[in-house]
Design a protein around this ligand. Structure first.
Ligand SMILES: C[S@@+](CC[C@H](N)C(=O)[O-])C[C@H]1O[C@@H](n2cnc3c(N)ncnc32)[C@H](O)[C@@H]1O
Length: 398
């Protein structure tokens, strides 16, 4: 096996078979063999687009990389990083790089190039990077995916390593003309499509400075942006029961639903579980010193006030009167009154979703949706259509 690492992956293959990916499976690729890259490491950087020694080639890659990576300092995972040429450009642009390669000699060179920089390198399989719970803003992969045994599985794994809003930057191609190897941009777009919110292909063949020569085969970068994960505020509500009655608070001076009756409630804060949030809110609003054992979950509801409000997850906890002491109005600037009301004869001047939650509890529901439509009022309106939908479902055998 040659120890030279040619610029074009096509020339890293023996003459036959022409296209092992299509004809014989990945096991036929010499590049699938870790020893191949270990042997290639010493001269890998001799090729212009590997070593980036020519200032013009280096500047061309630096400019492209700058446009592909986030403008703010980001966590970049460079998989199959080789001798670390792109990792070094990324680090020079202010990013923190973690490089992974199966070849210890490649990694040794990468460590040397990035010595003293904010970078870490691991000898490991790029298809299963051992990065634990760490998440990255960018997974950067140049000329590696095409030679992996299962590119689709690797892409799924890599997408899972991205932080919300992160991106895959995949520099790939279909090299050689008579007997090309690699992944055409269309094929990679189809593979990445189901994982991404948006994909963009930038063709790179027409820019000879990147390669240190004219090329006519297919070379490109595919940038896949992942969807930002949806997040919701979690709110907690106390249904304090005294026989047939529940305690309601009349909102005042809060800017939301003022004048209406509502269960004592608030938002869970970062790092709090919902029970801790309920205990804290009950103490802050009505002076109760509840313990975890005082609380049971009555109902969970995803609710959304009229547009443009965002949806929330509401937990309704029940507790019995007497637990934690005597309730009193600790926040008179936000609450005009506390009063007991019969659960089977609730007043109309209530926040609509809270009323739906209490009605749902009385009817034995555990899970509800309450999704306002445009034009709905925040206040309960007995003449308006109910927006409550039970998600309890039928129980097997029930
Ligand atoms: C063509 S070189 C590209 C190096 C680098 N990405 C660059 O663009 O300069 C391919 C690199 O992928 C590495 N590689 C191939 N298969 C790998 C795998 N399964 N896990 C980790 N590294 C792998 C090789 O050791 C080699 O360093």
């Amino acid at each position: 096996m040659s120890t030279d690492a040619p610029a074009d992956p096509a020339s890293q293959l023996p003459a036959e078979p022409a296209n092992p990916r299509a004809d014989q499976g990945e096991s036929a690729l010499p590049t699938a063999d870790a020893a191949y890259w270990e042997a290639a490491a010493a001269s890998f950087d001799d090729e212009p687009d590997h070593g980036l020694r020519d200032p013009a080639v280096r500047a061309a890659w630096a400019a492209r990389l700058r446009s592909w990576l986030p403008s703010a300092p980001a966590a970049v995972l460079d998989l199959g990083c080789g001798t670390g040429s792109l990792a070094l450009l990324a680090a020079e642009q202010g990013h923190r790089v973690t490089g992974v390669d199966r070849s210890p000699r490649m990694i040794a060179q990468a460590r040397g190039k990035l010595a003293g920089r904010d970078a870490a390198f691991l000898v490991a399989d790029a298809a299963e990077p051992p990065v634990g719970e760490q998440r990255f803003d960018v997974v950067l992969v140049r000329h590696v995916l095409w030679a992996l045994p299962d590119p689709a599985a690797a892409l799924r794994r890599w997408a899972g390593l991205l932080a919300p809003g992160g991106r895959l930057v995949l520099v790939e191609g279909r090299w050689g003309e008579a007997e090309p190897v690699g992944i055409p941009a269309g094929e990679l777009t189809d593979l990445v499509g189901p994982l991404a919110a948006r994909t963009r292909v930038e063709h790179l063949s027409h820019d000879p400075v990147l390669w240190g020569k004219e090329v006519t085969d297919e070379r490109y970068v595919l940038i896949a942006e992942l969807p930002r994960r949806h997040t919701e505020v979690v709110d907690v509500h106390l249904v304090l029961r005294r026989g047939e009655e529940v305690l309601l608070a009349r909102r005042s001076g809060t800017g939301y639903a003022d004048g209406l009756l509502h269960a004592p409630s608030g938002h869970a804060e970062d790092g709090e579980d919902v029970r801790e949030a309920m205990i804290r809110e009950a103490a802050e609003e009505i002076g109760l010193r509840l313990t975890p054992g005082d609380l049971r979950v009555g109902l969970v509801m995803q609710h959304c006030a009229p547009p443009p409000a965002r949806p929330r997850i509401g937990w309704f906890f029940e507790a019995e009167y007497g637990a934690g002491g005597e309730p009193w109005n600790r926040e008179p600037d936000k609450c005009a009154e506390l009063a007991w009301h019969r659960l089977d004869a609730l007043p109309d001047d209530m926040v609509a979703y809270c009323r739906a939650g209490l009605d749902g509890l009385r009817a034995g529901h555990r899970f509800l949706l309450h999704w306002h439509r445009p034009g709905d009022a925040v206040a309960h309106d007995p003449s308006a259509p109910s927006r409550a939908v039970s998600l309890d479902g039928a129980r097997p055998g029930g």
